[in-house]
Design a protein around this ligand. Structure first.
Ligand code: CAA
Length: 258
């Protein structure tokens, strides 16, 4: 598949997607969103892939939705095509883990896209923000909701209302990112983390991801019940037998994703 706005590679069992519109700081236009959705779906369906890394350039993960493309939209167009949400949720729909590796700007839709991934590793030059308020609008792909869940009401409200950017240190302190690494080792670090995940049983990985995400959608008691049922279900897999047998035999497990 030939893409024009993203670069797609595989590294062993890891899928790597680079957003690639350098002329627009990786602004997310319709073509990019379409191509990204397609690439994520392909990796999700590929038995050889265990985890996915999504990254941009050193200067920008993505500077938001493409303002030049959306400037002329009418309410009727935006509403009828369900602008933003319909295609944009691909990263959140992916069942295999997706790691966002963020260097430089992750603004507006770029920040929202990173938050749709399962966790964010960022470079020390990363800047996160929801500056839509400066354009006379507001976030449209989860910025008021996911950012609030990540960093709490006070910071999310301030960032959404003022458009202030958060640097990497503040993002780590606030729980928006899992780790900060030097910019020049960001992609290697993300690939190594993804490779570590890809070594595990894919069934256990997917069930774990689903259970963690359930924490955001339900009550504690229902979430814990869901977790326990998924835990029980994993005893039906060959990988559970292999994983526990390997521990007892003091050897590395050979998971078959069955
Ligand atoms: N859309 C379209 N083009 C963009 C863009 C965007 N979101 N962000 C940057 N660009 C373009 C610029 O127009 C510029 O193109 P030209 O050279 O053709 O003029 C090029 O990328 C480089 O940008 P700058 O010259 O502005 O670079 P800078 O280093 O001076 O500033 C920046 C960097 C602070 C990120 C600045 O570009 C900026 O503020 N960008 C817009 C950020 C923004 O408002 N994002 C939210 C968009 S709305 C949204 O995302 C809605 C939603 O919730 C989904």
């Amino acid at each position: 598949m030939a893409y024009e706005t993203i670069i797609v590679e595989t590294r062993d069992h890891v899928g790597l997607i680079r957003l690639n519109r350098p002329e627009a700081l990786n602004a997310l236009n319709a073509q990019l969103v379409e191509e990204l959705g397609e690439a994520l779906a392909r990796f999700d369906a590929d038995d050889a892939i265990g985890a996915i890394v999504l990254t941009g350039s050193e200067k920008a993960f993505a500077a938001g939705a493409d303002i030049k493309e959306m400037q002329g939209k009418s309410f009727v167009e935006a509403f009828r095509e369900d602008f933003i949400t319909r295609n944009w949720e691909a990263a959140a729909r992916t069942r295999k883990p997706v790691i966002a590796a963020v260097a430089g700007y992750a603004l507006g839709g770029g920040c929202e896209l990173a938050m749709m991934c399962d966790f964010i590793l960022c470079a020390d030059n990363a800047k996160f923000g929801q500056p839509e308020i400066n354009l006379g609008v507001m976030p449209g792909a989860g910025g008021t909701q996911r950012l609030t869940r990540f960093v709490g009401k006070s910071k999310a409200m301030e960032m959404n209302l003022t458009g202030r950017f958060m640097d990497a240190a503040e993002a780590e302190r606030s729980g928006l990112v899992s780790r900060v690494v030097p910019a020049d080792s960001l992609v290697d670090e993300a690939l190594a983390t993804a490779a570590k995940i890809a070594e595990k049983s894919l069934l256990a990985v997917m069930a774990t991801k689903e259970a963690v995400n359930r924490a955001y959608e339900t009550t504690l008691s229902e979430g814990v019940r869901f977790e326990r049922r998924m835990f029980h279900a994993l005893f039906a897999t060959e990988d559970q037998k292999e994983g526990m047998e390997a521990f007892i035999d003091k050897r590395q497990p050979q998971f078959k994703d069955r």
